[in-house]
Design a protein around this ligand. Structure first.
Ligand SMILES: O=C(O)CCC(=O)C(=O)O
Length: 263
């Protein structure tokens, strides 16, 4: 099991890919559960995961009601709920500096070609966490991804730019115009089953559309319990980027991105 070999990469780039974070047997257990749900809901004799994937686009289009029910049921798969609790995930969280993690949400996402249950998300940041410095997302494919299934695109950029860009006010899932980030380079990620793209809320990222294959992912996000206690209830803090941001402060004014939009 490999975990945060790349924790400095996480610090520098805002994301890292943890290879094999979720074990093949845990992935198999979840896929078997999803297969059982699909057999029951669509009333099909489907021998294995590969056959389900071959059938799914057609099933999804022909049976929208069952498809919706299937997606909803997938969210309840007990095997998916085990992922965030694994020792490997805990280790990563601790390497990042999240010692008291709170699981914020989790969803199983299934992108089927030509179906619209999930929408492709354009360039954005996930600035809806309580504490952007100590929160993160794990994005875990359930099978090896490629151009046919689609993947996840991330922006390899100078984190100063990424963080400073949002200083005019950061709403959740705010769309980012990457042409305004001078050093932006797109990095298209096609991780394998059980790998995890682990990223902080500042990372600019987007869905990478596939061609004709399904894409199955489990996505879970953590906040930090210490922050959670400070900002519960009506006083929920919205994570505003200012020059008081601890990340920028720790690196001094020289790091401030000059091209950031003015308020
Ligand atoms: O899975 C995707 O296509 C996009 C996921 C995403 O943007 C997110 O989890 O914040």
């Amino acid at each position: 099991m490999k975990t945060m070999e790349n924790s400095s990469e996480f610090d520098q780039k805002g994301y890292t890919v943890c290879r094999g974070l979720i074990s093949p047997s845990d992935i198999d257990d979840l896929r078997n559960r999803l297969l059982a749900y699909a057999r029951a809901i669509f009333s099909i004799q489907c021998k294995d995961w590969a056959e389900l994937n071959a059938l799914m686009p057609q099933l999804a289009l022909k049976h929208p009601e069952q498809r919706k029910f299937f997606y909803d049921l997938c969210q309840l798969a007990p095997e998916a709920a085990l992922f965030p609790q694994s020792t490997a995930v805990r280790k990563v969280l601790s390497d990042i500096g999240i010692h008291n993690p709170v699981l914020k949400n989790m969803n199983l996402r299934l992108d089927v070609p030509d179906s619209c249950d999930f929408f492709l998300i354009d360039w954005h940041q996930d600035l809806n966490n309580l504490d952007c410095e100590r929160s993160c997302t794990f994005w875990v494919p359930l099978h090896d991804l490629d151009k046919n299934s689609g993947g996840l695109s991330v922006l390899d950029t100078n984190p100063f730019e990424e963080r400073q860009w949002t200083s005019s006010g950061a709403d959740e899932y705010r769309q980012v115009d990457i042409s305004r980030i001078p050093s932006a380079t797109e990095n298209q990620l096609y991780p394998k089953a059980g790998d995890a793209v682990v990223f902080n809320p500042y990372l600019v990222h987007k869905s990478l559309k596939g061609i004709d294959a399904c894409r199955w992912t489990v996505i879970f996000r953590f906040d930090c319990l210490d922050t959670f206690y400070q900002v519960t209830g009506r006083n929920r803090k919205s994570p505003k980027m200012t020059t008081d941001d601890p990340y920028l402060r720790s690196r001094g004014a020289a790091g401030v991105f000059q091209g950031a939009p003015q308020k």
